[in-house]
Design a protein around this ligand. Structure first.
Ligand code: GLN
Length: 549
């Protein structure tokens, strides 16, 4: 057993250049070399977790198996490493301070003055180490959120520096930087990277490797320049050009022998690597000859074009891709603005050009009437449909109103005094809502679900007991189940402990399924999710109740 090694990944120049995916890709590479790897994400904001943030602000809120609401990068780690990442691997400034302050209140500092340095970095280091232990990792990757030079993440760089001081042989620093190619110059510029490294130097850290993100690959002279000015060996400047699919990134990094350089840094023997499955995946993802499958996703988190939306539903998008590739299809995803269907019912006809429609999770009232119009339309027109979380709740409301005659049926989230609360809260949630105790109090993380014999869900999973991840406060109201079932709705998945509805389907429909949980959170490129596979198979025309599985 080797001593655990820690690789810190910090970002230079600007945010949004793919530091999370770069971190996940380093992890994948080390895994292909046969090492056990885990990854930790540090977010520099005060929020104790990501659960209270709007997706427009922050992108998707990912949920771990053990029920933490966290940054979407944890999802990237899970997808690239093909393993669960738990609570232990995520922290924010808020969560670190909260723990230190609580310990101080409990007299656990023996009466001494508790200070930002070293007590905060010490808490950070102890969490990083415990993530390594819990995951029995040879390598712990630690991604420090934000960009070097900003005030917020200084304390985390300080933790990295202190760990290096304590265990110099076990720590490595990687900086993910960005090299612009300004139009008017037509040449790749290294200066911003040079400044970013100097800023990192000012924090007492010298990067051992620089991953150079850019629109195009780095040439030799740029590598030399970065090497000389940033004090990094030329071999440790890794070219990271834009790629067609993020899953190509580990393969690209390996062109510059990133894995070998990391192993050499720690004096590790170079083992044989095995990239066969990953290569096959990338080949499929890049295959331009695949037939397409056209999926519409009805969303509402638009503010600055599709970019925000793509970030808000990243796990859904990735799950669609994984399933499509597994079905030998090229996914073509179109964003559909829920509110558009409220303004203009004629737009519904446009849904016919899609092979399948997804209504993903959400909160609040905006856009939901539009989403329900879409659900009603695909229900009646036999267009494959997948509803996720709020997507299930809205499907139940739509069905109650239009198939069961329960006029004004609603969720109590939106209309507290509805005559037919077909979606409502569990008793235990009421106190949280009244006391505004909203952080981390939803039904979160993995819960078991029993699948009904003979249902499509049972067939897709090939098992009668499954576990899936949740993030919601409201549930289907069991009082209305007889009405719904009489009209042909099948409750195919139930939580056996609390008797909660987890999956619904319409057996007569080509594919109409909705889940109270979020299956997208457990889809991996090398292990696509069975429900998404069933949905895509039906959308591609070779699945549904008969063919999928
Ligand atoms: N707003 C719904 C609830 O809280 C659904 C949440 C979701 O889609 N994640 O129950």
């Amino acid at each position: 057993m080797v001593k655990t090694k820690y690789i810190f990944v910090a970002g230079g120049v600007m945010s949004g250049v793919g530091k999370g995916v770069a971190t996940a890709s380093i992890g994948r590479i080390l895994k292909e070399y046969g090492y056990s790897v885990t990854a930790v994400k540090i977010d520099p904001y005060i929020n104790v977790d990501a659960g209270t943030m709007n997706p427009i602000e922050h992108g998707e809120v990912f949920v771990t198996e053990d029920g933490l609401e966290c940054d979407q990068d944890i999802g990237n780690y899970e997808r690239f490493l093909d393993c669960n990442i738990l609570k232990s691997n995520y922290m924010t400034t808020g969560s670190v301070y909260q723990a230190v302050i609580q310990r101080e209140r409990n007299l656990e500092y023996g009466g001494r003055c508790v200070e930002v340095v070293p007590d905060i970095p010490n808490e950070v280091i102890s969490r990083i180490k415990s993530a390594g232990k819990i995951n029995k990792a040879d390598f712990v990757l630690v991604e420090i959120g934000g960009t070097v030079g900003e005030y917020q993440n200084v304390i985390f760089l300080e933790a990295a520096r202190m760990l290096k001081l304590a265990e110099p042989e076990n720590v490595m620093f990687v900086m993910v930087s960005y090299l612009p190619v300004p139009n008017m110059i037509g040449e790749m510029k290294t200066k911003p990277t040079q400044y970013a490294v100097r800023t990192l130097n000012a924090a007492g850290i010298q990067p051992d490797m620089i991953i150079a993100r850019s629109s195009v690959p780095l040439d030799g002279s740029r590598k030399r320049k970065i090497s000389v000015f940033c004090n990094v060996a030329e071999k440790d400047v890794v070219s990271a050009p834009d790629v067609a699919t993020i899953y190509e990134i580990p393969i690209n990094f390996e062109k510059d022998k990133l894995g070998r350089r990391i192993l050499a840094h720690f004096g590790f023997r170079i083992r044989k690597k095995d990239f066969r499955r990953w290569n096959a995946l990338v080949k499929k993802a890049r295959d331009g000859d695949l037939k397409t499958v056209k999926i519409g996703i009805v969303g509402k988190y638009f503010t600055s074009g599709n970019f925000v939306l793509a970030d808000s539903y990243i796990s859904v998008i990735e799950a669609v891709k994984h399933a499509a590739w597994a079905c030998n299809r090229k996914p073509v995803i179109t964003w559909l603005d829920a509110e558009e269907y409220e303004r203009n019912s004629a737009a519904l006809l446009g849904l016919k050009k899609f092979n399948g429609i997804i209504v993903p999770g959400g909160f609040g009232s905006r856009g939901i009437e539009g989403k329900m119009k879409v659900i009603g339309f695909v229900r009646k027109n036999n267009i494959p449909f997948l509803g996720l979380c709020y997507g299930l709740q809205l499907a139940v409301i739509e069905f109650s109103r239009n198939a069961c005659g329960l006029k004004n049926a609603h969720t109590t989230e939106v209309r507290y005094d509805t005559p037919h609360p077909v979606i409502c809260t569990m008793q235990e949630q009421l106190a949280n809502i009244i006391n505004k105790n909203m952080g981390g109090t939803m039904r979160l993380g993995g819960y078991v679900c029993e699948l009904k014999e003979g249902s499509l869900a049972r067939k897709l999973y090939g098992s009668n007991l499954i576990s899936e991840r949740h993030r919601h406060r409201y549930e289907v109201n069991n009082k209305y189940l007889p009405d719904l079932e009489k009209r042909g709705l099948l409750v195919s998945g139930v939580n056996p402990n609390k008797n909660l509805v987890e999956i619904i389907e319409l057996p007569k429909h080509k594919f109409f399924m909705a889940t109270q949980f979020h299956p997208e959170l457990k889809s991996r490129p090398l292990n696509p999710h069975p429900i998404f596979k069933g949905f895509i198979a039906a959308a591609a025309g070779f699945g549904g109740r008969e063919g999928a599985g």
